[in-house]
Design a protein around this ligand. Sequence first.
Ligand SMILES: [Zn+2]
Length: 453
Amino acid sequence: PYHSVAACAGLLRAGGFTELADGAQWKLARGGKYFVSKGGSEIMAFIVGGRFCQPGVESGLSIVGAHTDSPCLRLRPNSKVSGAGMLQVGIQTYGGGLWHTWFDRPLGLAGKVVVREAAPGRPDETRLAEKLVRITDPLMILPNLAIHLQSAEERKAFAVNPETHLQPVLCSKMFDDEAGKEASRPEDAGDARHHAALLEVVAKRLGCAPGDIMDADLCLMDSMPACLAGLYEEFISSPRIDNLLSTWAAVQGLCDFAASSAVADCQDVCIAVSFDHEECGSQSTCGADSNSMSVWLESLLGALEVPPLARPLVYAKSFLLSADCAHGVHPNYAAKHQSEHRPDFHKGIVIKTNANQRYATTALTSALFREVCKKADVPVQDFVVRNDSPCGTTIGPIVSSKLGIRTIDIGAPQWAMHSCRETCASSDARHLRALCGAFFESFRNIDTAAAKM
Ligand SMILES: [Zn+2]
């Protein structure tokens, strides 16, 4: 999640957005472009329309929401484990991953490290600083068990015990002994909770000594870069499509809109927000179930001098497009989909509906969304799960119940959700970006026109 937020911040800075401090009193101007982040893993970017809440002008918040996190294996606080002559890395599972897809794949490492460093301008003092590290070299591997060592039942089940079967191999102890990394652990080898050899690689990447590393939140990842796939390169094969695809489309769509001449005449605040911890229930300081977004929205309305009594109307006029990936129909498992609701690749963005409110879509939000799609020239498809199947959920129901904002759950179709390596259609990525841009540009007019009917 940290690198996705850093990548969004890079896109936003390049688009002329100004970074605001979380918790500070903001000075905002109509026509201005801003972003704020929390914990390095949640980000909200916004453009204040030139006519937002001007006298006689109907205004709301046009929001696209997504999430920055994906299921993965994360280092344990005490990650030093070993077995059968191998140095291994102790991990904990994060979110509901398809863990069997992590086997036989060269794995890299990325995340946040807290280091002790010299305080700037005060050479005798030190401070704690958060640094990002991303190592795409194949540092680790999680090998399968040979077919000959599995019983027929074990082969059939391919059931992974997340406690005992998921500790990847870092290196051979023999090699590590020769290198003298662990055996003669030097003074500055740092935190004894992790293998010295691993700390050394991370420290080298950060340009610090292993002993400066105080703590870390490190995620394992597929070390192979994303690529186009299929004979016509019509698919994207990548880790973390759920939900970096939507995070990218929201931020890129906002940047596209920022570059258009429509901002001066815009009546809304257009917002792209992406939360952490969706994959484990959203309850955290930077998750959708925190107060961070409501605090930010109140700071925003306060800075734009919208009187408290006028704010409920702004919220009532607001709309949240909750963007998270949908399940595209799989040719070998088509029967898993409800037969009238099988989203296809290349056929557009999916509206997700669930009568039991696992998705926040309503008849009205769906109708308004179809109008936006028409405007953007993006095709639409519908999804509901079969009545005999479990259903996923996302940030839509959480944010809509917290803020009372009209919400729809939508997304691009993908295959293999929560696999180490997922697949989606390149045309749908394009559709989603175009849709987000068109939503920011046209939602207020569509909503106003609908209200007049
Ligand atoms: Zn998701």
